[in-house]
Design a protein around this ligand. Sequence first.
Ligand SMILES: Cc1cc2nc3c(=O)[nH]c(=O)nc-3n(C[C@H](O)[C@H](O)[C@H](O)COP(=O)(O)O)c2cc1C
Length: 344
Amino acid sequence: MDLLGISVRWPIVGAPMAGGPSTPTLTAAVSRAGGLGFLAGGYLTAEALAQQIAEVETLGVSSFGVNLFVPGNPEVDEGALDTYLDSLRPEAERFGVEVTPKWDDDHFSEKLELLIGHPPSMVSFTFGCPPSDVVARLQDAGTRVVITVTTPAEASMATQVGADAVCAQGIEAGGHQANFVDDTAPDAGWGLLALVTAIRHETHLPVIAAGGVMTGAAVAAVVRAGAVAAQLGTALLRCPESGASEMYKAALADPRFTWTSTTRAFSGRRARGLVNDFMRAHPDAPSAYPHINNATRAMRQAALARRDPHATNLWAGQGFALARDRPAAEIIAAIGAEFDAVTT
Ligand SMILES: Cc1cc2nc3c(=O)[nH]c(=O)nc-3n(C[C@H](O)[C@H](O)[C@H](O)COP(=O)(O)O)c2cc1C
């Protein structure tokens, strides 16, 4: 079938998952299995991203996407940021690390130039709306441009800058919420079906649906609701090709982790993960991304080294209990077969 001009067997996109889980082998495995694999450009330098693109191509895969983070506003509430960081210092001392906030643009321009010079099948953006000239330059290079949105208003803005499609991300989704501005209340997020439906009524753009989709029946449900595909992240987190740490993979299957919630505690931007002690200890954190993300990095890495799942982020969507430790190709084939069974 056709996904924005790209040939796929099933309407399944493998979500970009920055910070380790996305690997060239996972991306290639998803594309080879009949979906569209994605590389996560977030947190990488342009050189590291170029290396990952080359690895996917070396694996003989030419249809795949690359995701970038749109840089946010360096201006934040400094008083609230300082107060929050002070509250983290006892934990940081326990791990013997510093808490140092820093804004950065995630090497956005360099990675953009890389992708314009070496265009992948699709480029998706998260955390903001790129300007129309960025969208046009990528399209002129031959890439479909997808903008991740969390509200119908954001979908309208994506239409105005000329995107080829939107990725509608529901509140069920694992990882960071893509809100253009992270200023909404914790209970204000749109559920996926309501969001896809509202966007389909308000814009003409194709919609890729993300958030809590774990089965072929759920892929069929969002397609019936008007989406052109579903984007799955958590469903692939435990597979051997995922670069998630063994501790993180084990936590996803550990019955002691029973539910997910959204939090700004680790990064300063709302994200959904398994509820652990750190999240419980810090129920409120200001909107300050990537300042807080950079401030907590050393502590999160130290927690990982000590195999302590309670002081690091364990991003996961609401459907995490259905994530399987199976090769990515088997997961895609099983979800695809179920999609076929309920749609034919
Ligand atoms: C560990 C993890 C990392 C993620 N990183 C990114 C990212 O770098 N860029 C992005 O656009 N979305 C990212 N997401 C969100 C996914 O694109 C997608 O919205 C989400 O996985 C869908 O919900 P699900 O996890 O319930 O399938 C991430 C999700 C997870 C679980």
